[in-house]
Design a binder for this molecule. Structure first.
Ligand code: SF4
Ligand code: SF4
Length: 473
């Protein structure tokens, strides 16, 4: 029985409700009157329900789809301006006792080298990441209660925050680890994590059970209810995601939005971010073995529909996608991207030898962070290394209300310019620096409040002339 408030996964991600939603979307996918009314509602920037958004996703009418894309672009601009937040993944360990059939870290894969970074290795990796210019990390690890313990994670987070190399610092550590208890989530919160990320992989319970045949992750309900426990443990910024390609994308889309609606209904805060990974080739994994792969057009439509359904939720894309795809979806709604990523355990400090590769998936965008930053600026985006909200205590409902009212932009834009300036001073190539300085000169005029503008100008001067760092609104 569908119940958005229930704490039971079978109720808030009700299979029947998803099937009804898909049938409703099929019946109405060419109902122009209804589609127009949904688009009109979306224009108010208050979001859409999973049913409404599913109708738009199913709609094959060319002119309506063009309207949907235009609206997604406009909402993206209204909420996020031309800023793109930068981050990098840091893989701590690929030991894993689960049997996920789509991931090379599954326990039965005896070919892949298993590694867990020591605190000294983490130090080296973090210094290498700082030297690239990163300020925001997403920690990644497999599930192994003996090796990858909560103590190990807490120590690793402490190590990462403690490293101050030259002008570098990791200012926000997000973490993507297996579902755990509310008490453990509380410990992660106390250790100062930003977002807790956990991908659902698939919302289709039957498929989920088949795709996760062994290990603790087999427990669909425990996994799906993890965000509730995270919120109960005090983590109010959570990141959702599905792995597109595992099951039918329209089913996943409806499930994802129902999950967001559930968090909003039960805790008053929707997801902080949504990630949109697609299944990719990796050691021991051939994406062609899974028959629900989606093409680039469908992928773009999903991104656009998520953008207008949950306008206030950040959207993340990783280096799983190539430059061309990333470029397309940046316009439609993605607000955070990784750059210069390694998806192996270690590899930032020194590349892994050919016969010891431990990557979780093949990277499709192999450019350096400097190249990604330059590319963004050449398209008039502002790469932002901002981490201000979490450090100013703007999380959970406080963050969401600032977001929904649009006030957050008064912080995001100046912070983007100041953190970009830091990047240009400390890490950029001369060519990137020239382009970036010109961009900042232009963009600073777009800080609407005169007083704020003069503060930004003074801080930019202090960053350049006095080697001062870490200004934020
Ligand atoms: S997806 Fe996560 S839990 Fe599953 S095998 Fe890979 S690392 Fe382990
Ligand atoms: S001010 Fe907050 S919302 Fe805006 S970019 Fe910085 S951390 Fe993100």
């Amino acid at each position: 029985m569908y119940d958005v408030h229930s704490k039971c996964a079978d109720d808030f991600i009700s299979h029947e409700e998803i099937l009804d939603t898909l049938a409703y979307a099929d019946e109405n996918k060419e109902n122009i009157e209804l589609i127009d009314s949904i688009i009109e509602k979306a224009r108010k920037r208050k979001g859409l329900s999973h049913r409404e958004a599913s109708v738009l996703l199913a709609c094959p009418v060319k002119e309506k789809n063009e309207e949907i894309y235009r609206l997604a672009e406009q909402i993206k601009k209204d909420f996020y301006g031309n800023r793109i937040v930068m981050f990098a993944p840091l893989y701590l360990s690929n030991y894993c006792i689960n049997g996920c059939t789509y991931c090379p870290y599954h326990a039965k894969n005896k070919r892949i080298p298993r590694k867990q970074l020591s605190q000294e290795e983490i130090r080296r990796e973090v210094i290498a990441l700082q030297d690239m210019g990163h300020k925001r990390l997403a920690l990644e690890a497999g599930e192994d209660p003996v090796r990858n313990t909560m103590d190990y994670y807490l120590k690793s987070i402490e190590t990462i925050y403690s490293i101050k190399h030259k002008n570098g610092a990791i200012r926000r550590v997000n973490i993507n680890i297996a579902a755990t208890t509310a008490d453990n989530y509380r410990l992660l919160k106390e250790a100062g994590i930003g977002t807790y990320i956990l991908f659902q992989e698939t919302y289709h319970k039957e498929s989920y059970l088949e795709l996760h045949p062994t290990g603790p992750k087999h427990d669909y309900n425990y996994h799906t209810e993890a965000m509730d426990r995270a919120m109960e443990g005090g983590i109010d910024d959570v990141g959702l995601g599905v792995l597109f390609g595992l099951d039918k994308y329209r089913y996943e889309f409806a499930g994802l939005l129902m999950h967001a609606e559930h968090l909003e209904a039960a805790f008053g805060v929707g997801p902080h971010t949504i990630s949109v990974p697609r299944l990719k080739h990796a050691d021991d994994i051939n994406p062609d073995d899974f028959d629900n792969g989606i093409d680039d057009d469908t992928f773009a439509k999903i991104v656009a529909c998520i953008r207008i359904a949950v306008p206030y939720t950040g959207m993340i894309i990783s280096t799983r996608e190539n430059q061309k795809t990333r470029e397309r979806v940046l316009h439609l709604g993605v607000s955070q991207i990784s750059g210069g990523s390694r998806t192996s355990v270690g590899g930032y400090y020194e590349p892994e030898p050919e016969d010891e590769k431990s990557e979780q998936f093949d990277v499709s965008d192999n450019r350096t962070l400097d190249e990604v930053v330059r590319w963004l600026m050449e398209m008039d985006y502002i790469p932002s290394f901002c981490t201000a909200c979490y450090r100013e205590g703007r999380t959970g409902d406080r963050f969401m209300s600032l977001c929904k009212s649009g006030q957050i932009q008064n912080c995001c834009h100046p912070n983007a310019l100041m953190t970009l300036k830091e990047y240009l001073m400390d890490y950029a190539s001369p060519e990137t620096k020239t382009i970036g300085d010109r961009l900042i000169e232009r963009e600073v005029l777009n800080v609407p409040n005169e007083r704020a503008r003069s503060v930004v100008l003074e801080n930019l001067r202090l960053i350049e002339q006095d080697n001062r760092r870490d200004f934020r609104f």
